[in-house]
Design a protein around this ligand. Structure first.
Ligand code: 3DU
Length: 215
């Protein structure tokens, strides 16, 4: 994952609009993130089509036994994905299978951004992050809605990348997330639901630049 703009745009929409947003914002972000809504409606081939506009990160929150995880990861990287997001809670063997079979970046979901994550995921986040580091993952995902947790996880993962979703409608603040240690922001609706996605992207980039000045 390159770290130039520090922005990842989440394309949770139908293919036609996703391709349009990707074309318009190509070069303004470090990657596009795809999730089930897009891939279940269009198939994995949409990853190949999006790759014409930038790196594609597959947010499939892979969470199965090692054997199945390996099959999923091989399939993802047989298309033009540059990275994949997997869950950490299935344990070390399951995550290790992902890292070993990947032909690109693997990010382990340490803490999700929604309120319900406080019950099971947040209490385990430090342990999951340590496991991600130990098995050789590229980085972790930690919600921007809990900046103090990002700070704690940064101490655990050292130089690994931290991707922070949950900006905008979910309540996370770009500046807070970056100042607490996030490398990249994952931003969906704030950009994709805007009347002018390119303008909204440039506004987010401006906030990232401001936050960077005070780091
Ligand atoms: O809330 P947004 O529209 O900016 O979209 C955020 C994206 O990131 C969306 O695809 C969601 O599935 C994903 N995500 C989280 O929001 C929170 C997580 O902890 C992990 C992934």
């Amino acid at each position: 994952m390159k770290k130039e703009t520090r922005l990842i745009i989440a394309l949770d929409m139908k293919e036609e609009k996703a391709l349009k947003v990707a074309e318009e914002t190509s070069g303004l972000c470090d990657a596009f993130k795809v999730n089930y809504p897009l891939v279940l409606s269009s198939g994995l081939q949409v990853v190949d089509r999006l790759a014409a506009f930038g790196d594609v990160l597959c947010d499939f929150k892979v969470a199965d036994i090692p054997y199945t995880n390996r099959m999923i990861i091989e399939l993802v990287f047989s298309h033009s994905a540059s990275g994949v997001i997997v869950h950490g809670f299935p344990g070390e063997d399951a995550v290790r299978a992902c890292v070993e079979s990947a032909r690109g970046d693997v990010f382990v979901l340490a803490a999700m951004s929604h309120p319900g994550a406080s019950r099971f995921l947040v209490p385990a986040a430090v342990e999951v992050a340590a496991m991600a580091r130990d098995v050789g993952a590229t980085g972790i995902v930690a919600g921007a809605t809990r900046p103090e947790l990002i700070r704690r996880l940064r101490e655990v993962v050292g130089p690994l990348l931290i991707l922070a979703p949950g900006i905008g409608p979910q309540g996370g603040d770009p500046r807070q997330a970056l100042q607490h240690g996030a490398d990249h922001l994952i931003v969906g609706r704030r950009i994709t639901a805007a009347r002018d996605p390119t303008k909204a992207t440039n506004e987010v980039l401006e906030e990232i630049r401001h936050a960077g000045e005070s780091l």
